[in-house]
Design a protein around this ligand. Structure first.
Ligand code: AMP
Ligand code: GLY
Length: 423
């Protein structure tokens, strides 16, 4: 079968590599893809307009659309396909627009969790005309305070002020001064949860589910989790503290009620559910839902999937994911993200990358690169993600860092402490 994958990051490179291994694949197209995905399929640049995607899909006999990032899902690409007589038989891997609201609206996600008794931080939602109520609610909480813009804000919509004064100021800026534009017209204020985070990924056909390998990502730019937030600086899978006891709680208290809650509300959901969790003294609480895979978690999680991923996706047609034998590599996989100097603030592009060909026993996923006259150049903040396997986390990390050392460009930066907090 011919497959179209949307997206351009290292996450999509990791997904493309897995699709390429499938016995069901005829041709894989990636739009827009990156120099890494050219090794897995054909890069095309269709753009984000649904009607252009339709034209391409029909012209190239695409039978399956796999959506990497959240935006097309939040914009309703599933519904567009579902409601079009020429597209309705094409399988879209990703939820309906309503399902994508789990990521597109924090208020919707919190109400969904509350309704389905899914453990999450206590919260209330406020608007411009209930600003005073928001300030009063803040007074009932202990610092630090968690304020979340309701809508998508390019991963920047969460602020965690330390003092009540800062929190009130922040709330006012979000609601009255549209700090995050339309996204902060509504603000969720919630209790701060103290613990350690991990990312749980679930694949669902709407009826059945498979829990994918659990991962932990490292969001801050600086070692010891300091400095600005980034798109993610590294990941490890599995996560030692997410042991069988913990994962059983996750499955019973979170995964099953989530799938059942979606079904009860007739929300079409065939795709990935990314559950951002806080482990609070051994008890899992949901921090957020995303309706896609995580980046860089995918670069650690997907290499551990041994089964044919297209076979799993294809089972959505008959809602028979339960019949699929989902095999996971028992080894650790770890990922170190190599970024441009200056990232996540201003950084330069166009630096020549050298040494990728010297790496061994690892997978180099492309995030922000560009090929120009036979040279590989940096073309983004996050540039390459280096993933290695190991029988222990330490072994995988050692291999990652040996390989990271072989790759070079002017100003390259990476965190040297990925996974260290778990060893
Ligand atoms: P989100 O965009 O919802 O993933 O939030 C960004 C980050 O803020 C999360 O990864 C957490 O580190 C942190 N965060 C969000 N909500 C809470 C909470 N209730 N308690 C503690 N930390 C939180
Ligand atoms: N790694 C977090 C995310 O993809 O949102």
């Amino acid at each position: 079968m011919n497959v179209l994958l949307l997206g351009s990051g290292a996450r999509e490179h990791a997904i493309a590599l897995k699709i390429k291994e499938s016995s069901l694949l005829t041709k894989l197209f990636i739009s827009p893809g990156n120099p890494g995905t050219t090794l897995c399929g054909i890069n095309v640049n269709i753009g984000s307009d649904f009607s252009s995607i339709k034209d391409f899909v029909l012209k190239n006999n695409i039978e399956m659309l796999v959506v990497g990032p959240e935006q097309p899902l939040v914009d309703g690409i599933w519904d567009y396909f579902h409601n079009d007589s020429e597209l309705k038989d094409i399988l879209v891997v990703g939820p309906s627009k309503m399902g994508a609201t789990l990521e597109g609206s924090k208020d919707f996600a919190k109400a969904f969790m509350q309704k389905n008794n899914i453990p999450t931080a206590r919260y209330k939602t406020f608007y411009k005309d209930t600003l005073q109520g928001g300030k009063d609610f803040l007074k009932t909480l202990n610092p630090p305070y968690v304020l979340k813009a309701d809508g998508l804000a390019a991963g920047k919509g969460v602020v965690i002020p330390e003092t009540i004064e800062e929190a009130e100021k922040e709330l006012t800026q979000m609601l009255e001064c549209a700090k995050f534009g339309e996204a902060s017209a509504k603000v969720v204020i919630e209790e701060f949860l103290k613990g350690i985070e991990c990312s749980v990924f679930v694949l669902s056909d709407g009826e059945n589910y498979k829990i994918l390998p659990v991962a932990k990502d490292y969001k801050r730019i600086g070692e010891g989790d300091t400095g600005l937030n980034t798109g993610g600086m590294g990941a490890v899978s599995p996560v030692p503290f997410a042991d069988e006891t913990f994962m059983q709680k996750v499955e019973q208290r979170i995964v099953i009620p989530t799938i059942n809650g979606l079904k009860k509300d007739n929300i079409e959901y065939q795709g990935f559910i990314f559950i951002g969790l806080m482990n609070v003294g051994g008890e899992p609480f949901v921090i957020e839902y995303n309706v896609r895979m995580g980046d860089p978690e995918t670069e650690s999680v997907f290499p551990r999937i041994k089964s044919d991923i297209l076979e799993a996706f294809n089972s959505f047609r008959k809602k028979s994911l339960d019949k699929i034998n989902f095999e996971i590599d028992s080894r650790y996989a770890t990922t170190v993200m190599m970024v441009a100097g200056g990232y996540p603030e201003n950084y330069e592009k166009g630096k020549e990358i050298k040494g990728i060909e010297k790496t061994n026993d690892c997978i180099v996923f492309h995030a922000g690169t560009k090929e120009n006259e036979g040279k590989m150049l940096t073309n983004g903040g996050r540039v390459l993600a280096v993933t290695c396997y190991g029988n222990t986390m330490q072994e995988a990390l050692n291999k990652c860092y040996e390989n990271v050392d072989k790759i070079d460009w002017e100003g390259k930066y990476y965190r040297k402490d990925i996974g260290k907090d778990l060893l």
